[in-house]
Design a protein around this ligand. Sequence first.
Ligand SMILES: [Zn+2]
Length: 404
Amino acid sequence: VPRLPDVVELCRALVRIPSVGEEHGEAGVVGHLAELFSGYLGCRCELLEARPGRPNLVCTIDSGVDGPTVLLNGHTDTVAPGPGWTRDPYGADLDAERVWGVGAADMKGGLAALAVAALGVLHNGGPRAGRLVFAATADEDAEMAWGLPWLVGHGALDADVAIVAEASGRAADFDRLPIATRGYGYLEIEVSRPGLAHASLYDPARPHAVATAAALISALEREFLPTPAVHDLYPDGPTVVAGYRFEGGEALGRLAEHATFSIGVRLLPGARRDGFVEELTSFVAARAAGCEVAVRPTGGESWFAAGMALEPGHPLAQLAADAIERSGLPRPRAGGMSGFSEAAFLGAAGIPTLPALGPGLSGLAHGPDEWVSVDGLRRGAAIHADLIARIMREDSPVQRRVRE
Ligand SMILES: [Zn+2]
């Protein structure tokens, strides 16, 4: 039987392997994890690759006893280390009871905790009932094209419940329990008004394309409220940012005939793709001031994600809060997370998911001198193991999902 890795050492080993998606790919991190899992006979490991160098690792441990399928997920890529680092971003220094490095909190710490919990199950002879699936997925911090949404879209991941181990702490490890994530939609809006009269005859009441686009950007940010406009977990509603990119006008002295800008909306759980596009299209059409407007998706295949929220009272939320409490920490309050979790794609596939249950503080993600605490890592692995043990039993509190 292989030796069970220490969660702190595993986290450090993963931080030392650079995995900025577009630059290094994820094969290094995936290879390290695959080797740990493939040491066990009771585990089937698959490498699923949407693009060369961007592998996803899916390890399945089947008890052979009827019970729920539990999916454990973490992404293996990181952002590139930005300015301001005072430590080696790939040094994985162990200092002041913290592991330092890019991805320590987002989310190689969470990935290490999940892996150690799943390996612990293998170490003890497998789960009592059901199937355990450990999925280490690519491309979360960039395009979201080659990882989890691709696997879900190709039917390669199915589960009755899922846990995504993104960093969940705000001021301290596990001090809150995210049960929802907002979704997003990225669109491009093209405004055109061909054949305007000469600039000297300009009438601002009949605005040129750039003036119309500028008015639209302002109106969208202030007034556009996509459905659903309210959610119990998100009292502040959706967030609209227009003009991430802007392009328009042709020449000095010539009234602008074309302008194009992008808009990104953080959508509330329950948002629907078609409804969102329709609402946006009619919003801009009503304010187009005589211009033609065209609305189209931008930013690649993953331009839209619906938000997700666990149903109130879902046993998964209860069990997670219990596990955090049993690890010796105060019972956290459940709420909606402000950032994005790929749990949205699992939620869209009908899988009840905890969008962030992992060590680390979410505010450290993508910043300099990122760290995760040794205590958080150890508790994280214990919390995951506890949760798995409570769900994967003959009398599981989690129901098998009904598939359409
Ligand atoms: Zn992340």
